[in-house]
Design a protein around this ligand. Structure first.
Ligand SMILES: Nc1ncnc2c1ncn2[C@@H]1O[C@H](COP(=O)(O)OP(=O)(O)OP(=O)(O)O)[C@@H](O)[C@H]1O
Length: 300
């Protein structure tokens, strides 16, 4: 962590026009106005949902910026992280998604104008990033129940937290847990899981604390397992998840490691969500960590 603020004159905002069901035009105008008043040079990259990483990389290579802000949800943050990692640039976050999990874990204000203040008053945090079978993960990835819900949510036509809860309730009714085998550099585990989270960070955008007491820059990640549970145990598990009590339940366990392989028994492919992005990956999954690889502006 560095305490001296960086001089950040040329700013690129990477804005997702559809994230979080939020009208971005007014927000963008406000951000541009404040930056202009303070003498910053502002540029815009609007995501389209197609070839965004390639196009953003090209824009970064052809221009010179001092910082790139992801203005959207966790998927937009991940897109920006992947692009700036290659260029060695710092990034900022304007939370404009449905959940905004990473920004919450980094104590970044949830109001866009307040979040922008890090441009002038900040510390630079160097945080770990993960590779899940070659896919960058900055926040949380998972297999099982949530991954299935995220996939269904992403193909629906409504966004926002309400839509997510509706899909989750529908999916919960007929959900069949899979069996996993996990080998890490510290321990092994095999069993059925309702969901299995690969956690670099701590809290989902929904405020569920899946990985309490963890640090984004400690060089470790956690595998947070929720085993199948009877319906009567659900309220207690939910209570624990919202009150930092992940390990209080008989149905939860955590493995702490720096490297892992995850098999889904009898399956060659598995549905995974990586920072909110659904994808289907081949098993076993290979998870590795790059300690302190990403520089993020956080409030001073
Ligand atoms: N112009 C666009 N049209 C359609 N989809 C887009 C567009 N721009 C980006 N996307 C898609 O939006 C997704 C990323 O959304 P993002 O995570 O930023 O917001 P969110 O899902 O609302 O928020 P959160 O992840 O915090 O819940 C990616 O799948 C990306 O491909």
């Amino acid at each position: 962590m560095s305490d001296a603020p960086l001089p950040l004159h040329r700013v690129l905002f990477v804005m997702n026009p559809i994230s979080g069901d939020i009208d971005k035009e007014t927000v963008l105008e406000q951000l541009q106005q404040v930056c202009a008043e303070r003498g910053n040079e502002v540029h815009l990259f609007e995501t389209t949902g197609t070839n965004d990483l390639t196009n953003l990389r090209q824009q970064l290579q052809e221009n010179s910026y001092d910082v790139v802000f992801g203005a959207g949800g966790d998927g937009t943050v991940r897109l920006v992280a992947e692009a700036v990692l290659a260029e060695g640039l710092p990034m900022g976050i304007i939370p404009l998604g449905s959940g905004n999990g990473l920004s919450k874990d980094l104590d970044i204000p949830q109001q866009a104008d307040e979040a922008l203040n890090v441009l002038w008053e900040h510390r630079v945090r160097e945080i770990d990033t993960l590779s899940v079978s070659g896919h960058l993960t900055v926040h949380l990835a998972d297999l099982g129940f949530n991954a299935v819900v995220v996939e269904r949510f992403s193909t629906g036509d409504t966004r926002g937290p309400g839509a997510y809860v509706r899909v989750a309730l529908q999916e919960y009714m007929g959900y069949e847990p899979a069996r996993y085998r996990i080998e890490t550099d510290t321990e092994h585990w095999e069993g059925e899981a309702f969901m299995l989270t690969i956690a670099n960070a701590r809290t989902f955008g929904s405020n569920v604390v899946i990985n309490p007491d963890s640090q984004l820059d400690d060089g470790w990640f956690e595998l947070c397992i929720i085993e199948p549970f009877p319906g009567a145990a659900a309220p207690g598990i939910l209570y624990d998840l919202y009150t930092e009590g992940f390990e209080n339940s008989d149905y939860t366990r955590r493995l702490r490691c720096r490297k892992a392989q995850i098999w889904v028994l009898n399956e060659e492919k598995v549905q995974v969500q990586v920072d909110g992005e659904p994808m289907e990956l081949s098993t076993p999954l290979e998870v590795t960590i790059s300690p302190r690889s990403l520089r993020v502006l956080v409030p001073a």
